[in-house]
Design a protein around this ligand. Sequence first.
Ligand code: ARG
Length: 459
Amino acid sequence: MAKKLWGGRFSKKTDPLVEEFTKSIDVDYKLAKHDIMASLIHTKILAKAGLISCPEAKIIYNGLVDIKKKLDSGKFIFDKNAEDIHTAMQNELEKKIGNIALKLHTARSRNEQVVFDIKRYCIFEGSNIDKLIEDFVRQVEGMANSNKDVILPGYTHMQHAQPIEFKYYILAYAHMLKRDSCRLNDALKRLTYPLGSGALAGTSIVGKLYNEAAQKVYKGMQHPFFKVVENTIDNNSDRDFVIEILNTLAILAMHLSRMAEDFIIWSTQEFGFIEIDDAFCTGSSLMPQKKNPDVLELIRGYTGEIYGNLVSVLTMMKGLPLTYNRDMQLDKKPLFSSVKIIKDELIILTKLIKSVKINKLNIEKQLNDESLYATDLAFYLATKKVPFREAHEIVGRMIKDSLTLNIKIKDMNDRELKTYSHFINKQVIRNIFNPKVSVNSKKSFSKRNLPIKIEVCQE
Ligand code: ARG
């Protein structure tokens, strides 16, 4: 095991099994650049507070900048024997600048460092996800725009309900994703600045210094992240921000899963509404004819992992007394996992949507089902002052007779139609049993028009 950040009070070596069991470097190495940022800020604070001299601060600062450069170049090799990323970065600095590095950890704790690192990770990845949501929404809008005249049967309970415009249907997903973006940005707004908390009780350094140092490093950018920590116990104890993000990603995954499911159903031989491009399907090792929508199935399937990640952190946190407990180390794997899955899904689904072909003929065939216009006919009767329950009953009977007598309502003659209501005749049926008339008669929605504006939160 690499050099530890503790050990003075121990008279025995740590059991190798314990070292292996407790270390988190395999997971939290991803936080390296954020950990360096925390150290850069902390160096400035220590100098301002007079706890290190200016020349010492310069050496530490430059050493950290060198490590950052190596990290950015992708050439940095992590010491997989270090306990965690904080230890790995501290040891690296020591290797670089010698004993002065030992002053960096003055008046700080890994307990606050880790909160800073995860919050900064969330701000970065939150902004990346937001951009991907925006791309996705634009692609959905594109799909809506290029299929403006397509009308398809709408379903409730997976049964034919009423005709709807394809663009209107698909844009529902853009609205859902827009709310996901708002939820994400809202959660990010609550990420307050954690440095200055110490192990739990705060430190002797005046809070304002943390704030000023952060402002300097971030060149005066406005974000609640730069406020002085209000309650150090709250800061080091809670991971509600991780849970909020995981929750947002779980809802987003649910939306993507439902879209995937729609596409899977529409691409079946039974529906044949869409064709998914070969590039986004896979085959069978046995059945030569197969073209399977595996990408969409995996998007549906990964939702389980994403829900699991949320439940895992919620459960891990529920019984913990304040403040820091090592259990909390386990928040990172689920967070990183959900972030990665969601990013991959948004990228691949956006590309897949672009390649989808709409099979208008197959969709149009379904619009011949007269039951799709039953509600419109009942509405028509209601406009003639027939009580709606009575109108519902009349049209229900017409549908039943049509099915049992095996005759289309459109083919019934005026005399037959009049037996249901004197307001109904062949002309009325011809006018009403029409997909365009049906969708154009719906006036209740306001925002049918494109585009949808997405707010993007950037650090
Ligand atoms: N690696 C730990 C985590 O991710 C942070 C270290 C705090 N450890 C400690 N013994 N106080 O939560």
